[in-house]
Design a protein around this ligand. Structure first.
Ligand SMILES: Cc1cc2nc3c(=O)[nH]c(=O)nc-3n(C[C@H](O)[C@H](O)[C@H](O)COP(=O)(O)O)c2cc1C
Length: 168
């Protein structure tokens, strides 16, 4: 199973999860992990040999980031990792191969637990475009905007990734 793990991250938490997920997926096949702006610069299509697409992003203002929320993030701590575009903008131009298996995840603060999900929005977009969900959207927790992952979330991400290989 060839996997492509795409992430958007301002402060590093979502990137750390993407790297962990990629490591787990490497046990069942070739994996590439790539920041969303770098992938978008390669064009609107994905390589034909990708069997599983995993997309991760931080929750900003109850959903996927926008230019305005990324600017707010850059005021908090600079430089940010995803300094060009976010998953929202990438999805707008992405050409999805019908039947492509995918999974989405996001990061959001543990407390206060706010409504909203980037992973659900990405999941909805990809399903509308004809891709096929490998599992429900998954949320991982951070302590605060830029305070890093809650203990245990890297291990949880690894376990989650291990469920993404097809069973038949
Ligand atoms: C502008 C901005 C808006 C945010 N809005 C939310 C929100 O609505 N709900 C939430 O739980 N976390 C929110 N957060 C916290 C982010 O989810 C957190 O910064 C992110 O998960 C950290 O991931 P990263 O290190 O990969 O950027 C927000 C952060 C920023 C910078």
């Amino acid at each position: 199973m060839a996997s492509l793990v795409v992430y958007e991250s301002m402060f590093g938490a979502t990137k750390a999860l993407a790297d962990e997920i990629a490591q787990a997926l490497a046990e069942v096949g070739p994996v590439r992990v790539v920041e969303v702006g770098a992938l978008a610069a390669e064009g609107p299509t994905l390589p034909d040999d990708v069997d599983l697409l995993v997309v991760g992003a931080p929750v900003h203002a109850f959903g996927m980031s926008r230019a305005s929320t990324r600017n707010d993030a850059a005021k908090e701590q600079s430089p940010v990792i995803s300094a060009t575009i976010g998953v929202r903008e990438w999805l707008d131009s992405l050409v999805v191969r019908p039947g492509l298996r995918f999974a989405t995840f996001d990061t959001k603060v543990l407390t206060p637990r706010l409504p909203g999900s980037a992973a659900k929005a990405i999941d909805k977009h990809l399903r509308s475009a004809g891709a096929v969900r490998a599992c429900p959207p998954r949320t991982f927790s951070v302590h605060g905007k830029s305070d890093g992952l809650v203990d245990g979330e890297l291990g949880a991400a690894r376990a989650w990734a291990a469920t993404l290989a097809p069973t038949s």
